[in-house]
Design a binder for this molecule. Structure first.
Ligand code: HEM
Ligand code: HEM
Length: 257
C-alpha cells in the first residue's frame, strides 16, 4: 500500500474512534444530567405518544424552526434533507461485495448535492448578511458551514465534472475499512480533500455544534410530557434526597417516642 493510503486508513480509524468515544461520553452526560423542572414548550403534548409524534415532526420536518423563521427553515431543510440523500447514496462505497438492486433506483440522489450546497450557502450568507446573526456567530459556526460546503463541492466536482475519480478503487478502499481488508485509495487532490475533511468532521463532532444530532433527543423542552397538573414531577436525585429526609424524620420521631 502507498504511504498516503496508509495515512488515510489510519486517519479513518483515529477519527472514528474519537467520534464513537466522544459522542458516547456526551450521550452519557446528557442522559445523567438532572432535569429538575417541567419546561415543555407550547404547543405541549399531554401524553407520551404525543411527545413521540412531536419529536418525529421536529426531527423530520424541523417544525418549530418552520414556525419561527421560514428562510432559515428553507435553507436548513434543503441542507439536511440533501445531506441525508447524499449519505444514503454513499452507502454503496461501504457495503462490501455486490450492491442490492435498490442502489440503481437511488442513482438520482446525486442531485441532492445541489440542495445540500444551496442550503449551506444560504445559511452562510445569512450569517454574514444579517447583522444580528453576525454578532452572535463564533468562528466555529463559519468553520462548520465552510467545511461542509467544501466537502459538498469537492464531491460534486467528482460526480458532475470530467474530474471523475476511480469509483471501483474508492469502493475497495471504503468497504475494506469496514472488513479490515485494506487497499489503496485514489490520490486526486479533490478526493483527498473530500475525505480528509470528512475525517476532521468526525473527529470534532463530539466537541462541536454537531452535537445537536444526539442533543435534540435530550432537550427537556421537546421531550417532556405536559402533565405537571396531574402527576408530580420530581427528578431522581430530588426523590433520593426526599426519601433520606423522610427516613431521618421518622428516626427522630421514633427517638422522641
Ligand atoms: C437528527 C438529525 C438532525 C436534526 C434534527 C438537525 C436539526 C437542525 C436544526 C433544527 C438546526 C438549526 C437551524 C438554525 O436554527 O440555524 C440545525 C443546524 C445545523 N445542522 Fe443539523 N440536524 C441534524 C443532523 C445534522 C448533521 C448530520 C449535520 C452535519 C454533519 C448537521 C449540521 C448542521 C449545521 C452545520 C447546522 C448549523 C447551520 C448554521 O450554522 O446556520 N445537522 N440542525
Ligand atoms: C469516507 C467517507 C466518504 C467517501 C469515501 C466519499 C467519497 C465520495 C466519492 C468517490 C464521490 C464521487 C461520486 C461519483 O463520482 O459518483 C463523492 C461525492 C459526494 N460526496 Fe462523498 N464521500 C464520503 C463522505 C461524504 C460525506 C460525509 C459527505 C457530506 C457531508 C459527502 C458529500 C458528497 C457529495 C455532496 C457528493 C456529490 C454527490 C454524489 O455523488 O452523491 N461525502 N463522495
Amino acid at each position: 500500500m502507498s504511504t498516503i493510503s496508509i495515512i488515510f486508513t489510519a486517519l479513518f480509524y483515529i477519527s472514528l474512534f474519537i467520534f464513537i468515544v466522544g459522542v458516547g461520553r456526551k450521550i452519557h452526560q446528557f442522559w445523567t444530567t438532572p432535569v429538575p423542572l417541567k419546561i415543555p414548550t407550547a404547543p405541549t403534548p399531554l401524553t407520551q405518544t404525543g411527545v413521540v409524534f412531536k419529536m418525529i415532526r421536529e426531527v423530520t420536518l424541523f417544525e418549530s424552526l418552520f414556525r419561527s423563521n421560514k428562510w432559515i427553515w428553507l435553507f436548513g431543510f434543503l441542507f439536511h434533507f440533501g445531506l441525508l440523500l447524499v449519505l444514503v447514496r454513499h452507502l454503496r462505497y461501504f457495503i462490501p461485495g455486490d450492491l442490492p438492486e435498490v442502489f440503481l433506483l437511488i442513482q438520482p440522489f446525486k442531485y441532492a448535492a445541489f440542495a445540500m450546497v444551496i442550503g449551506l450557502s444560504g445559511l452562510l450568507i445569512r450569517r454574514i448578511a444579517v447583522e444580528r446573526i453576525r454578532y452572535i456567530s463564533a468562528p466555529s459556526d463559519y468553520l462548520m458551514l465552510l467545511m461542509l460546503i467544501i466537502i459538498g463541492v469537492s464531491g460534486m466536482i467528482m460526480t458532475f465534472t470530467s474530474n471523475h475519480t476511480d469509483i471501483v478503487m474508492v469502493k475497495n478502499f471504503a468497504s475494506g475499512l469496514i472488513v479490515f481488508n485494506w487497499s489503496d485509495l485514489p490520490t486526486e487532490v479533490h478526493f483527498l480533500v473530500h475525505l480528509f475533511l470528512v475525517f476532521v468532521l468526525l473527529a470534532i463532532f463530539p466537541i462541536s455544534k454537531l452535537l445537536h444530532v444526539p442533543g435534540i433527543f435530550f432537550s427537556p423542552t421537546l421531550n417532556q410530557v405536559d402533565n405537571a397538573r396531574s402527576k408530580r414531577h420530581i427528578s431522581s436525585w430530588a426523590l433520593k434526597q426526599e426519601k433520606e429526609q423522610v427516613t431521618k424524620l421518622e428516626q427522630t420521631i421514633g427517638k422522641d417516642d
